[in-house]
Design a protein around this ligand. Structure first.
Ligand SMILES: Cc1cc2nc3c(=O)[nH]c(=O)nc-3n(C[C@H](O)[C@H](O)[C@H](O)COP(=O)(O)OP(=O)(O)OC[C@H]3O[C@@H](n4cnc5c(N)ncnc54)[C@H](O)[C@@H]3O)c2cc1C
Length: 343
């Protein structure tokens, strides 16, 4: 009986059970056949539901489904978007913990449910079958399920500014609610322009008054916006940025193409993004004009049987929201399976 080596943990328990069954089978060969017939899931390829993405949102969905006695496979390539940030904030009970520690605790708790299986790897393909979906992974295996949840997050695209990627999540920040408190009253920049730059600057002025808006080229602020910033002593700098100087991701100063420098502790920026996983699109799931997977309030995508949750569906990008959405997606998917079978 082939046990894929990347299906882990709860599968080990299963393996021990299978070894016992195998031992019994030597004495009672018909028992093995019966055992396998009554346990079609033992092939490790067919599940009630596959969750692609096993970070906060996927694990939350996995917990709801494990607690609903569902046979679940969580496929995860272990690249959560916040992996470079040293500490995660603003999630009650988990405030100030390293992101990986929050995920590890979540995983330990989900592993307790022995109908939940894990596969470490990248899902690379998805297709519709007569009774559900088939998901293929980079190493060649394929898995089948009645339903699929995509909790795959988004991939932040780093601009072509030296030092930016190294500072991302450490001193180049996307969200003041996650990291603003830690750099309150510090010398802070905002890398943005136009309406978005104005609104972002107004928001960040809540955490510090020592603010500069870096438009990285000609300002597209309106006269009114520029006057409002000037009234509040918020500087606007149009110089083109050459690079960010830093110590292990901690920004020290911005260097401009003109040769001037601006000492700086933190820089807020909204990176552009793409979906981390493109399988939902290939399965026909509708994508919004902003680039998110379109879901209804029940986390259902436009394709029946496919759900999405977490960062891949929303601008409201926090661990707590990803967890809430994942829990809900798991509950909704289970309810649909119950009702479909209750005839
Ligand atoms: C730099 C940074 C700092 C942040 N700091 C905070 C903070 O302090 N507090 C806070 O509340 N929020 C913070 N956030 C936001 C928070 O990290 C996200 O909201 C949260 O991680 C979203 O969870 P998720 O499960 O939807 O996606 P992710 O955590 O991004 O996880 C997606 C998972 O899916 C996997 N995956 C993707 N595609 C595939 C595939 N094809 N096959 C298999 N697996 C796949 C990925 O490898 C990854 O493990 C931060 C975000 C960033 C970028």
């Amino acid at each position: 009986m082939k046990i894929p080596d990347r299906i882990t943990v709860s599968s080990r328990r299963r393996f021990i059970r299978q070894s016992g069954a195998l031992f019994a089978a030597f004495a009672f060969p018909f028992r093995l056949i019966e055992y396998l017939k009554s346990n079609p899931m033992e092939t490790h390829t067919h599940f009630d539901i596959i969750i692609v993405g096993g970070s906060y949102s996927g694990l939350a969905a996995g917990m709801a489904l494990g607690r609903s006695l569902r046979k679940v496979l969580i496929i995860d390539s272990n690249k959560p978007c916040n992996r470079q940030t040293p500490y995660s904030h603003n999630f009650i009970t988990q405030d100030g913990k390293p992101p990986a520690e929050i995920a590890a605790t979540a995983r330990q708790q989900v592993e307790k449910y022995d109908t939940v299986h894990f596969f470490s790897g990248l899902a690379t393909s998805g297709s519709k079958t007569s009774d559900g979906f088939e998901i293929g992974v980079a190493s060649g295996e394929t898995f089948h399920a009645k339903k699929v949840i995509f909790a795959t997050g988004i991939h932040d695209i780093m601009p072509d500014i030296e030092g930016y990627a190294e500072c991302w999540g450490i001193s180049v920040l996307h969200c003041p609610y996650c990291h603003g408190y830690e750099v309150r009253n510090e010398k802070t920049g905002i890398l943005a322009n136009g309406d978005q730059g104005f609104e972002f600057t107004a928001l960040i002025s809540n955490w510090t008054k020592d603010l500069t808006l870096f438009t990285n080229g000609k300002s597209t602020l309106t006269k009114q916006q520029a006057a409002t910033l000037a009234k509040r002593n918020i500087r606007v700098n149009e110089d083109i940025i050459d690079r960010l100087e830093h110590n292990n991701g901690h920004l020290t100063h911005i260097v401009f193409k003109s040769g001037t420098i601006a000492p700086m502790t933190a820089l807020y920026a909204h990176s552009t993004f793409e979906q981390h996983c493109h399988i939902p699109e290939t399965l026909g799931c509708e994508i919004t004009s902003e680039g998110y997977i379109k879901t209804d309030p029940l986390q259902k995508t436009s394709i029946p049987g496919i759900y999405a949750c977490g960062d891949n569906t929303t601008k409201l990008r926090t661990v707590s929201n990803a967890v809430a959405m994942g829990t809900f997606a798991g509950m909704v998917a289970n309810k649909e399976m119950v009702l479909e079978g209750f005839k």
